[in-house]
Write a protein that binds this ligand. Structure first.
Ligand SMILES: Cc1cc2nc3c(=O)[nH]c(=O)nc-3n(C[C@H](O)[C@H](O)[C@H](O)COP(=O)(O)OP(=O)(O)OC[C@H]3O[C@@H](n4cnc5c(N)ncnc54)[C@H](O)[C@@H]3O)c2cc1C
Length: 781
């Protein structure tokens, strides 16, 4: 019996370990089974998956991230010219726009538009040789962050021409002639670009566009030329109402084979002047009253020559590839910048307001309920700020990190949603009543826009992040798929069995980390809590890799439709990235002691999110045997993480309230207006005065508690405190000033109905507000 068992084990070992035997016995059926299980992929999907580069996301998929590499990764510093631009023109532009007024006028002031053009805000990504500013990604991101903290309308207006659109596409794919003609004009906003991809039928599924072009001959500027006749319906297009250069995406057909053999050439991108016959433009959408210019564009039988195609006729049909490649970097810069700017603003506003506003004779920030919100605001802002800088630095280092950019777009705009909502709760009525004093309302209105544009978040989370990550970043899946497609047995065998070793290694490490509390995963040279968090993230990276493999192995091609599973896997990957960025920020900022609560909050939040996401996958995996094994290996002692504790949250909240330096450091990227500004300026002034008066106020309260000073009559308490030498005259003055500033800061705006464009109570139909009996006394009972 024993002999038979030994023979069987040896035979199995030979089959597994000797490649020549394995490739004749085991590998062919496995390769066939994998061929059947792999999801079918269309061209557009394949192009989207292959766009961009693999960067730190590859490490997170490996189960053993190389933390030394991440911590040593140096971001490109702002150049003196970029720094001067941020401190000069950006400050000046922020000073010119007051969001409430912009909303009332439906547009930025003419002076601001002139300034934007003159200072080349539209040309940040255009190199200097083409007349632009030639800024780095980190500078572009810093400019968007700062402007958005002052005005979402101005932020979006500046952001759009510098993100996916004509300039970016021309830079990468334009012919030299196109670049020389358009880029200098785009840099100075002589041309106002828009980019029209979305149509009524094609939103998230943009590749299904019904906008059509047909290759044909026609007359253009009096000449008979080979060109395209275009028909399109586009909507939601930012800057469309004022555009002078439409970047248009459409599907190009060549039924008469004027360009070659192919009839359906595919998605094509062209630059179209809006004045051509057949183009209808100028109407507007109203995006939640956020006053940036947005509207539809229609084109009917519009004829343009072939050289309107970006990159010339050789690029006909390559539009989808061009778009996906550009999104791979752009999504990581613009909206994450806007989201971080809004979140830093919320941190400032909520911290100041919670200190200045008193209820029940206490600053509201001292109530635990408000403290919870402040902790979320401060903690998430720290995480987002770290991720913004890390991702922009990667783009500057030449990466086009498609998966990371998708994570940044979706999770930072979600972060903004959480932070803005929490800040609205802190300001309550003052956040709701719109007017020049209210700085949160505009960010609140902008949240769903950030969530929706550049790939709506649900789709990005459930379809793109893990889908693309699994194929691009996983160390073996792509090779396996390529080998299956090429029917290359040897390549498949190599990749597949290395993959098996990878799974076994991750399982062993997961089990070991769980039993030892990740003690041996700590990277050397990283002392203190940062090292502990990296050890936990290493263990979770291994767990993520294992759960990913189990999900792919047991669900195969079905995983694409199991969006609740792939969404949770996206959450785990995203928080692995955000956790990494949090530690990296702490490290690069010089490990300040005062930042430890922020580091801890960010990392504990990340660890909790990752564990919950993985546990959610395990709970819901249809193959229960696999799920049981995953649970036993990853959580043999049960789940160990917890959301950041109340005590930790309190420390983060305190930093926003009291620790002025810490609060300033957290929000260093935003625009802070002067004290006469009705919004943040007034609030900051009140905070300064309240903080300056705080020791004197405490002295008076202490004297009352010690019964050295009778509380009543309250109206003369302060004067009596001076007489009793509890405080001096200067302190009394500070308290009085603080009271006035506090009273001013908590006021909200009031308007006559006419100012709001409502019916005036003096107008006849205002009678409907009065009781029936007052209008028709006969009906009174
Ligand atoms: C203010 C604003 C400015 C814009 N600017 C521009 C611009 O300048 N140029 C431009 O071309 N476009 C622009 N857009 C369009 C924007 O990119 C689209 O709104 C976006 O792509 C979503 O399309 P949709 O609104 O039609 O939603 P839909 O595609 O109808 O989606 C509805 C919901 O379904 C979800 N969903 C769809 N498919 C899936 C799936 N397979 N799995 C899971 N969930 C799914 C989406 O996530 C979304 O939550 C703008 C939009 C707005 C609102």
């Amino acid at each position: 019996m024993t002999v038979v068992a030994v023979i069987l084990i040896l035979a199995a070992a030979v089959m597994l370990l000797v490649p020549a035997v394995r490739r004749r016995t085991l590998t062919p059926p496995i390769m066939r089974a994998m061929g059947r299980a792999l999801p079918r992929m269309g061209d557009t999907e394949r192009i989207a998956l292959e766009a961009g580069t693999v960067w730190w996301d590859g490490d997170l998929f490996s189960g053993r991230p190389d933390w030394k590499k991440l911590l040593a990764f140096e971001k490109k510093p702002l150049s003196p010219r970029e720094r001067a631009f941020l401190d000069g023109p950006v400050e000046e532009l922020c000073g010119m726009v007051e969001e409430w007024k912009v909303e009332r006028d439906g547009d930025l002031p003419a002076e601001a538009w002139r300034f934007i053009k003159e200072k080349k805000f539209f040309g940040m990504i255009i190199p200097e040789e083409y007349g632009g500013l030639g800024f780095s990604a980190i500078a572009n991101s810093a400019v968007v962050t700062k402007i958005s903290s002052r005005s979402v309308a101005a932020g979006v207006s500046v952001m759009v021409p510098n993100s996916l659109g004509p300039a970016e596409l021309l830079l990468h794919y334009g012919t030299e002639e196109q670049k020389r003609h358009f880029l200098p004009r785009l840099a100075t906003a002589e041309e106002i670009p828009c980019f029209a991809l979305t149509g009524p039928e094609a939103g998230s599924d943009a590749a299904s566009t019904k906008s059509r072009g047909v290759v044909c001959r026609g007359f253009y500027q009096g000449r008979d030329v080979l060109g395209m006749r275009l028909n399109w319906r586009k909507r939601y297009i930012t800057l469309a109402p004022v555009t002078t250069l439409i970047g248009l995406a459409f599907r190009l057909h060549d039924p008469d084979h004027l360009l070659g053999d192919k009839e359906d050439l595919g998605i094509t991108l062209a630059l179209i002047p809006p004045h051509l016959p057949g183009i209808e433009i100028g109407k507007r959408h109203d995006p939640l009253s956020v006053p940036f210019l947005n509207g539809p564009i229609y084109g009917r039988d519009v004829f343009v020559p072939l050289d309107a195609i970006i990159g010339g006729k050789e690029r006909a049909g390559q539009g989808w590839q061009m778009l996906m490649a550009n999104l791979a970097a752009g999504r990581g810069i613009s909206l994450p910048g806007l989201a971080t700017g809004a979140s830093q603003l919320c941190s400032r506003v909520a911290g100041a307001y919670a200190t200045v506003r008193e209820q029940f004779d206490m600053p509201i920030g001292r109530f635990e309920g408000i403290e919870e919100r402040l902790a979320t605001i401060g903690g998430l802002t720290y995480v987002m700020s770290g991720a913004r800088v890390l991702t922009a630095a990667a783009v500057d280092a030449g990466e086009k990190p498609a998966v990371v950019s998708a994570i940044m777009k979706a999770y930072l705009t979600e972060g903004m949603r959480t932070v803005v909502n929490a800040a609205m709760d802190v300001q309550a009525g003052a956040g709701i009543s719109k007017g020049p004093r209210n700085v949160l309302a505009h960010a609140y209105s902008a949240v769903p826009i950030g969530i929706t544009v550049e790939g709506a978040n649900i789709l990005t989370r459930t379809l793109i992040i893990f889908g693309q990550g699994a194929i691009r970043c996983h160390p073996y899946v792509r090779s396996e798929m390529e080998a299956v497609a090429a029917k290359d047995l040897e390549k498949f065998d190599r990749a597949f069995f290395a993959h098996m070793g990878f799974i076994a290694g991750n399982a062993l490490r997961c089990f070991g980390h769980a039993l030892t509390g990740s003690r041996f995963a700590r990277p050397s040279g990283v002392p203190g809590p940062a090292g502990e968090y990296l050890a936990r993230l290493t263990a979770l990276s291994a767990a993520f890799a294992l759960v990913s493999d189990a999900s792919m192995a047991t669900l195969g091609g079905q995983l694409k439709r199991r969006e609740k599973i792939s969404g949770r896997l996206a959450d785990a990957l995203a928080w692995l990235y955000l956790g990494s960025a949090t530690v990296k920020k702490f490290w690069d900022d010089g490990k300040p002691e005062a930042d430890i609560p922020f580091l801890s909050w960010g990392c504990e939040k990340a660890i909790d999110e990752i564990e919950s996401a993985l546990a959610g996958v395990i709970e819901n995996l249809p193959n229960r045997a696999a799920a049981w094994m995953l649970g036993a290996v990853i959580f043999p002692l049960g789940m160990t993480s917890a959301a950041p504790s109340d005590a930790l949250g309190a420390k983060v909240a305190q930093a926003l309230l009291d620790d002025r330096e810490e609060r300033l450091r957290l929000t260093r990227d935003i625009y802070v207006p002067p004290p006469d500004d009705p919004g943040l300026g007034r609030l900051e002034l009140a905070l300064d005065k309240v903080m300056a008066a705080a020791p004197a106020v405490h002295a008076v309260k202490a004297a009352v508690r010690a019964r050295k000073l009778p509380r009543e009559p309250e109206g003369t308490l302060l004067e009596r405190a001076v007489q009793a030498a509890v405080i001096d005259e200067a302190a009394l003055k500070r308290i009085r000033e603080a009271e006035r500033a506090r009273d001013d800061a908590i006021q909200v705006d009031e308007f006559d109905p006419q100012q709001l464009g409502h019916r005036s109570p003096g107008e006849p139909d205002a009678e409907r507000y009065r009781p029936e009996s007052a209008i028709h006394p006969s009906r009174a009972r």
